[in-house]
Ligand binder design. Structure first.
Ligand SMILES: Nc1ncnc2c1ncn2[C@@H]1O[C@H](COP(=O)(O)OP(=O)(O)OP(=O)(O)O)[C@@H](O)[C@H]1O
Length: 263
């Protein structure tokens, strides 16, 4: 579904990514891991369109992504969430979710003026019904009319996920979906990621620092270090890789040993 070939990205003298290649199969949960500054968010930004790499190619369903704008990429089925929440804090939860969806609708401000005679009314009704499903799925009914800014961090992350799902993506890019969460919130979020993958059939590319979660829910993992890919494979194999262990040496959140002890 996603084919990343020989991507290199530089910011002046800083080499953020060097010759990165990997592919993601349809239906997979694929995690990108690596120490701070390894280039994970930069890679996600190349896929979503925020950054334009100097070299390489990215194909999505065989289509050349790098030639397309951010909006076009969303329209052909790529959704994303951000490392730092990107919600409109004064708007209600439901309106935050609808914002994502409205962007995708065929009817716009002008056609919307003919709301009752055109297809806009039907399209709006369909969008609302689908959004109700997403609200149920993410268990945010009780806060649907609250301003997004008034919610706890864990709930805001769920609203952001709801907004990303509302554009009906085939592929979703999740940038640290569990960051800053307590254990219970992490377990909930892990369950949502698995369910959106299994029930909604959405392919997932995820950056996540919590190694226990990565190993538990990913089908495959790629590891970046200093902008280079140092490993790729099944989660358990990757975390046992000597080069990966060295890259994480001294990093507190490489907690697989803790996970093992806890099991
Ligand atoms: N817009 C930018 N301008 C200049 N340098 C950048 C920019 N974005 C990223 N970089 C640099 O690229 C490198 C990779 O950063 P990136 O944020 O992609 O890493 P990361 O693996 O996502 O890190 P973290 O886990 O801390 O979020 C870093 O050296 C960073 O300073």
């Amino acid at each position: 579904m996603l084919d990343v070939s020989n991507i290199s990205l530089r910011f002046g003298g800083v080499k953020a990514l060097t010759d990165i290649s990997f592919h993601v199969n349809e239906g997979e949960i694929f995690s990108l891991i690596g120490p701070n500054g390894a280039g994970k968010t930069s890679m996600l930004n190349c896929i979503s369109g925020r950054y334009k790499p100097q070299e390489g190619a990215i194909l999505f369903d065989g289509k050349d992504l790098l030639a397309r704008s951010i909006n076009d990429r969303a329209k052909i089925g790529i959704g994303r969430t951000f490392q730092n929440l990107a919600l409109f804090s004064h708007m209600s939860v439901i309106d935050n979710i609808l914002v994502g969806r409205h962007h995708m609708m065929k009817n716009n401000f002008l056609t919307g003026m003919f709301y009752w005679v055109g297809g806009a009314q039907k399209e709006e009704a369909e969008a609302r019904a689908e959004i109700e499903d997403i609200i149920d799925f993410l268990e945010i009914q009780h806060v649907r009319n609250e301003p997004a800014g008034s919610l706890s961090y864990g709930l805001r992350k769920r609203v952001e996920l709801a907004r990303a799902i509302a554009i009906k993506p085939k592929l979703i890019l999740l940038d640290e979906p569990m960051a800053g969460m307590n254990l219970e919130e992490k377990e909930d979020m892990a369950r949502y990621v698995i369910e959106l993958n299994e029930q909604y059939g959405i392919t997932v590319v995820m950056i996540e620092h919590d190694m226990g979660v990565v190993v538990d829910i990913s089908h495959r993992v790629a590891v970046l270090d200093f902008g280079q890919k140092i490993a790729e494979g099944l989660p358990h194999d990757v975390v046992e890789d000597e080069q990966v262990k060295t890259a994480y040496l001294g990093v507190d959140d490489f907690s697989l040993d803790d996970e093992k002890e806890a099991m």
